[in-house]
Design a protein around this ligand. Sequence first.
Ligand SMILES: *[C@@H]1O[C@H](CO)[C@@H](O)[C@H](O)[C@H]1NC(C)=O
Ligand SMILES: *[C@@H]1O[C@H](CO)[C@@H](O)[C@H](O)[C@H]1NC(C)=O
Ligand SMILES: *[C@@H]1O[C@H](CO)[C@@H](O)[C@H](O)[C@H]1NC(C)=O
Length: 761
Amino acid sequence: MSSTTLVLFLVLQLAHPVETSVANCIPRKTVKYQAGKITAFMKEGLSNVSTLLVNEETDMLFVGGRDAVFALDLNNISREIAREYWFATQERQLECIHRGKDELRCQNYILSLHKINNSYLYVCGTNAYHPTCDYMLIHGMNLSLQGRVEESRGRCPFEPTPNYASVFVDGEFYSATSNNFLGTEPIILRNMRNPVRTEFKTSWLNEPSFVHMELVHESESNPNGDDDKIYVFFTETAVEFEFYDKLLVSRIARICRGDLGGKRILQRRWTSFLKSRLSCSIPELNFHFNIVQDIFFLRRRKWQESVFYGIFSQQWGRLDISAVCAYSMKNIEEVFSKGNYKVAVAVEHSPVKWMVYRGEVPVPRPGACVDNFARSLGYNTSSDLPDKVLQFVRDHPLMDNSVNPIGDRPVLLKRGSTYTRIVVERVTGLDKHTYNVMFLGTDDGYLHKAFSCDGEMFIVEELQLFLSPEPVRALRLSSEKGVLYAGSQSQVVQLPVSECRRYKYCLDCVLARDPYCAWSQSANECVLLTKQAGSKTTNLIQSVKYGDASSCLNVENRVRKCVFTLGNNVFLKCVPLSNLASVVWKFNGSRLRTEDSNYLLYDGGMAIFNVTLDAAGFYDCLSVEKSRGKEFHIIVARYALYAQEKTEEANVIAMAKKHSEKGTEEFQSLEPSLLPDEAVIQESLGSRREKISLRVLGAGSVILFMCLLIWNFCKGHLPLLWKSREASSKPTDAAGPESAVLAAEGLGGVRESSDTQTSMS
Ligand SMILES: *[C@@H]1O[C@H](CO)[C@@H](O)[C@H](O)[C@H]1NC(C)=O
Ligand SMILES: *[C@@H]1O[C@H](CO)[C@@H](O)[C@H](O)[C@H]1NC(C)=O
Ligand SMILES: *[C@@H]1O[C@H](CO)[C@@H](O)[C@H](O)[C@H]1NC(C)=O
């Protein structure tokens, strides 16, 4: 059995337990795209957005796309302040096409924007496979390129590809990309001042896909006199594992900021380049997430407390699971400054084997920055280092130990979503506990808000950012404004970190466990906790850690009176508060046995078939949600049903409804005008357009249902039946004040809701 098959076999073997352990991490609410609700920037001229830059000092958001840079108002990104086009010259484009590249790719894709100061940006673009960087002046309402174009090979990719990372600090530009037209020479480079780069050796970089770069100011109040470091994150083809197929592996590499290269050996090459495997796995299942997709650096005042967050996926991603792992500086530091090195050993008749190096390690430690210890030995810069140290680091760039995540496991696992971008913010709740709230962009245009607390993972919500399912390609946060900016290929959107007002009930607000929100008893609404709140927290309710809503007062929902006709079918609308809630019906105060064939539960409520006089009475719909073992319910809808004999008039209403429903997708919006009480629909099942789950359907109803289905099919109504689930799950703000409440409830219970219920039962 080849190793690949072995791995696949293992993956399949493990499929089951992983699935069960991940299955319960479902976003509590699903918020679908609502036109006009999200501030967006989408204008002609804007395409292939790849990078966003926030400047809170000047209140500007810079957007890098194809052939242009935009400056937008940070408070309202639909307001464009300025734009500057930057096209590749026709000559360049022709040359590019001549060299066999696609015309579309022979444009100038702006891939990086760095702030130099408030009036200058450093901008790099592919420039039709002729990478170019330039300075851009921001002057009032104008952006202008300075034409100080420099030879920029190695600073920006040739290809319009996201395989690229860069940082700009105090006049030094660090980049990780490919150095040639073919994309075969990977490089990590420092430019401008003291240029230094990586060796072209597969043991250093082996077909890497760069993801992120970050400068950590480790020299600040460092007792060892250590240097600042630049960390580079990428995925590459592993050299250290024996596989017949290419095995990818995530890496964290680091270099010292003060590195000037060696004198004879490693001249103008990094003398401090070390890398290690960046591990993200479920240890007990031996389940590895080997591809790093994005990294966010949660910077703290003390660099030792800063944390790297990474999104990971799998190479053989059969299970469609994304993982988030977090790494402490302490773990990283330990591996690089104390860990063992790996060494390649040539073995006869087989490829080289990578093993832990057990021999003598020269002094000062190879790959370490020049620190107090090195200086005490007389080595003041990297070029003073002895040859044997430099030789060693050149041949042993790989550490034996891997960098393991905090808690040795992911902080978040999500099945069924592919995460593309991450930002994290620290938020202090009313309990004075600080939560690291993760915002995760997906490849289908959603944003997840999640946190992990005492090993428990919780996804507060998923929010649809764009109308079409486009991947989130850039994600930025302005902590000061409390606003997130997300870019897709063709647009940029802005949204608040939390929209607490969406929670209409205390119960909903508290069960949401959103660290940004709390229920205000005095205002009777869910409010955003402002950073300066402090004093007025007495009448606020929040329970992020436990989701304990027991201090919420009961709410009385209005009873809706409805009259039904004997022998007809009645539909009572009811949507649970969230994707984690289930629905329980009560009839005259006692729990309704919905297994009874006369009742049918479906996504949007309950149907009662062939109603008799016995059906008259009070119906309460409860949304029941478990949170940390406790169960909370709230009555989300109440109905009083009164019987009425079959009359001409009732039939007319039913007929009229049925008639007018044809040709319209949104039956809910029609109700108010037709029935005084829009919550109840009384009609034949045939014209019902909600997707009906057969879960509780009794034998009698099955026959009835099948007959109607066939009848429907003949009438050509059927295609509508399948579309209905999407249509009905759209929050319907347009449907009047009454249904606005319903729509707010309807934000939950949509995507995946039926899956939730089946998996919970
Ligand atoms: C640029 O955008 C267009 C359309 O939005 C897309 O077809 C094309 O593939 C993109 N180019 C690159 C290099 O991503
Ligand atoms: C901003 O940076 C540019 C380019 O390095 C420099 O010429 C200019 O003097 C700087 N301006 C300020 C205010 O520091
Ligand atoms: C409706 O109920 C009545 C009385 O119980 C019964 O006679 C009739 O057959 C039922 N109709 C259907 C379609 O189930």
